[in-house]
Design a protein around this ligand. Structure first.
Ligand code: SF4
Ligand code: SF4
Length: 317
């Protein structure tokens, strides 16, 4: 009897020019020959190949720690269906996706040399969830122990940092508004706002993106579970609280600092919901939250997702 094993995970690149799958070596060889019409150069393809993260990274750490399943914070924050499909099927990704990701890695590396706190320390937490032993793995960019407790900072190098803006709010309940079919509508109380007296205008400073807020909150859980060890690293005793957190977006002109509220209950709720989806027997459903549909535009398993779903997903569904 012959047994056929199919490789899963990222198995090659999707050519920028032909949209056809190519092996990593074929792509590099093509780039070295000049790759007509392709924006990629050999060094960028080489960097892409060498930045592919081991898909079993968290799983291997889990096994070493005696846990059954391992997930990284990044895996928890992704679309759960995408995380599952990436583990279960072979897929290809364009080298330009790695280019986008790697452009910030160099500056991130420089930032990690700062010696005023605990930089890029990988933290783990082993626990039982629905009868399974799970290891959560995450690496906060910077953890500082201040007189008021832990302060977490996460860095994002991006060409599109968040910016402050004037927002229109409902004067009745101060809820946010959107342009509905019947006019300006309050998201909270559903009122249709027709006159100036029904509207408030307010300046909102730049806000961290929701997935980045949750990322920092998940790091807070990991810090809480490793507090004694981390405090010992800086020669202090374990604090009982957090001083705060922020996400710093490094845009092209200057950094944009966004304070983040730590909410332990929200982080635990998110953790349980994500884990439930990731370990369920069935594939998690397609994304339906309008604020999350952008993920489908960058999803390397979108074609497979749509085939299984039986129709388009994302903004076009
Ligand atoms: S170098 Fe460019 S054109 Fe050549 S295979 Fe890779 S992506 Fe395609
Ligand atoms: S296409 Fe969208 S819904 Fe499907 S796996 Fe990717 S991100 Fe998730």
């Amino acid at each position: 009897m012959t047994t056929t094993t199919t490789q899963t995970g990222l198995v090659g690149f999707l050519c920028e020019v032909t949209d056809q799958p190519v092996s990593f070596d074929q792509c590099l060889a093509c780039a070295r020959k000049g790759a007509p019409d392709c924006p990629m150069v050999p060094a960028a393809i080489h960097a892409a190949i060498h930045s592919i993260r081991d898909p079993q990274y968290a799983q291997k750490m889990a096994e070493e720690a005696g846990a059954k399943i391992g997930f990284s914070v990044t895996e928890l924050l992704n679309c759960p269906r995408q995380t599952r499909l990436k583990m279960e099927v072979p897929f290809y990704e364009k080298p330009s996706a790695f280019y986008r990701m790697n452009r910030g890695t160099g500056y991130h590396h420089l930032l990690s040399r700062y010696d005023g706190g605990i930089c890029e320390k990988t933290l783990t937490w082993k626990f039982i969830f629905r009868g399974r032993s799970i290891l959560l793995v995450g690496t906060p960019d910077l953890v500082e122990l201040t007189p008021d407790g832990w302060f977490i900072t996460d860095y994002k190098v991006t060409s599109k940092p968040p910016f402050g803006k004037k927002v229109t709010l409902c004067a009745r309940c101060e809820g946010e508004t959107y342009e509905g079919d019947d006019g300006l509508t309050c998201r909270e109380c559903g009122a249709i706002l027709r006159s100036k007296s029904e509207i408030l205008r307010e300046y909102r400073p730049p806000q961290a993106r929701s997935s980045h807020i949750m990322q920092v909150n998940l790091y807070a859980l990991l810090i809480e579970k490793n507090a004694e060890k981390l405090a010992a690293m800086v020669g202090k005793s374990k604090p009982e609280k957090f001083a705060g957190a922020e996400v710093v977006y490094f845009g092209e002109k200057s950094p944009v600092r966004c304070p983040v509220k730590l909410d332990r209950d929200a982080a635990m709720t998110f953790l349980k919901r994500s884990l439930a989806a990731l370990i369920a027997d069935d594939l998690p459903p397609v994304l339906s939250d309008v604020d999350e549909l952008w993920r489908c535009d960058y999803c390397p398993v979108r074609t497979i997702c749509e085939q299984i779903h039986g129709g388009p997903v994302g903004k076009t569904q």
